[in-house]
Design a protein around this ligand. Structure first.
Ligand code: TXA
Ligand code: MG
Length: 324
């Protein structure tokens, strides 16, 4: 695997060519780093599953460079979905739409719909444009972590996670720290009204204000589990994530900077606001693992902004049986 730290135009062009050749390219996005492959190349996509250790029936998000390519992948697009795409792309939002023939079973987990996203990161967008210039149609990319683990928000994290699972021909494009820090909002747009499957930086309030219709928040109901991000446990560090009870000596501690560190606890992060909280949460959980901390006590942030997405991830990473 080669790490490209200086993502010049020609380096990105070469990475796009490598995608066309069927190799994997890890690229930065504003949410988290993605493990990319040509979405039309079954063999290349199979390597994503292999590298992540991800069960094969879990669908992948296809990344495109602009809304102009939406109808290559999706059909019967409702007006509200176009509105969402026009307003929030490029950005941290994935739309689930009825698929065209281009979205094969190996991308959609044999579902009749496909997840699409236009990321907001210069390196990602340049890569997608160069790939399309070479005849490519879309780049499938899950978060570049092992299945069930914490998503990477820097190239370093990716190398720690997947370094030993990538081949010499694969590349990791370095593009700084992911600004948002948690995965995109996933919105099911296959019905009459939007349904939020996974909360993210594009919030319920933003969606509701735009589409002016009913918006369901399926992530708040526990019965229907369609996306693996919606599995009960996910996004897990090795440490136990503890959200309530007593902070013990030696515990890791993550909270807004207004909250003092309890005596004996090891402070892992002190974000100044909810956006910063999202940006550094995964890094802080990784830090806990690198320090071999067994339990991390996390004070979840409040609010109707990205706090909802942070709470969602914390809930999921804390469902491991917490032996204290
Ligand atoms: O921010 C993000 O979305 C990042 C960056 C790299 O774009 N990607 C990401 O992908 O988080 P992944 O695979 O780690 O999580 C995507 C989630 C999965 O839970 C998957 O099941 C769900 O999206 N998903 C993808 N396509 C879907 C579909 N057609 N229907 C339902 N869920 C889908
Ligand atoms: Mg993921």
């Amino acid at each position: 695997m080669s790490i490209i730290s200086n993502c010049t135009a020609s380096a990105i062009k070469a990475a796009a060519k490598s995608l066309v050749d069927g190799n994997l390219v890890v690229f930065p996005t504003e949410t988290v780093y993605g493990l990319g492959a040509d979405a039309c190349n079954e063999k290349a996509v199979a390597r994503i599953y292999e590298a992540k250790g991800r069960p094969p029936n879990h669908p992948l998000i296809v990344h495109i460079s602009s809304i102009a390519h939406l109808d290559e992948w999706a059909r019967d697009i409702p007006e509200y979905a176009l509105k969402l795409a026009r307003n929030f792309w490029p950005g941290p939002m994935t739309l689930i739409l009825p698929r065209t023939k281009l979205a094969k079973d190996f991308i959609t987990g044999s579902q009749d719909n496909v997840g699409l996203r236009v990321p907001e990161h210069t390196v990602a967008l340049t890569l997608l444009r160069e790939f399309e210039a070479l005849g490519g149609l879309g780049v499938a990319a899950p978060s570049a972590n092992k299945f069930g683990k914490v998503s990477p928000t820097s190239a370093r994290d990716v190398i720690d996670e997947l370094g030993d699972r990538l081949l010499d021909v694969d590349q990791v494009l370095e593009g700084g720290i992911s600004q948002v820090g948690i995965e995109s909002t996933i919105i099911d747009c296959t019905g009459e009204n939007p349904i939020i499957l996974r909360p993210g930086a594009i919030t319920y309030k933003m969606i509701k204000n735009l589409v002016l219709s009913e918006v369901r928040q399926e992530h708040l109901s526990s019965n229907k589990l369609r996306a693996p991000g919606m599995l009960q446990s996910h996004y897990q560090p090795n440490a136990n994530v503890v959200l309530s009870g007593e902070v013990k000596s030696g515990d890791g501690f993550i909270a807004l900077n207004t909250q003092a560190t309890p005596i004996g606890a090891i402070r892992l992060a002190s974000p100044r606001n909810n956006s910063e909280y999202a940006q550094i949460l995964y890094k802080a959980l990784r830090l806990a693992d690198s320090k071999n901390i067994k339990n991390v006590f996390v004070v979840a942030p409040h609010g109707d902004d990205i706090a909802i997405a942070i709470q969602d991830r914390l809930q999921k990473c804390s469902t491991k049986i917490n032996k204290r």
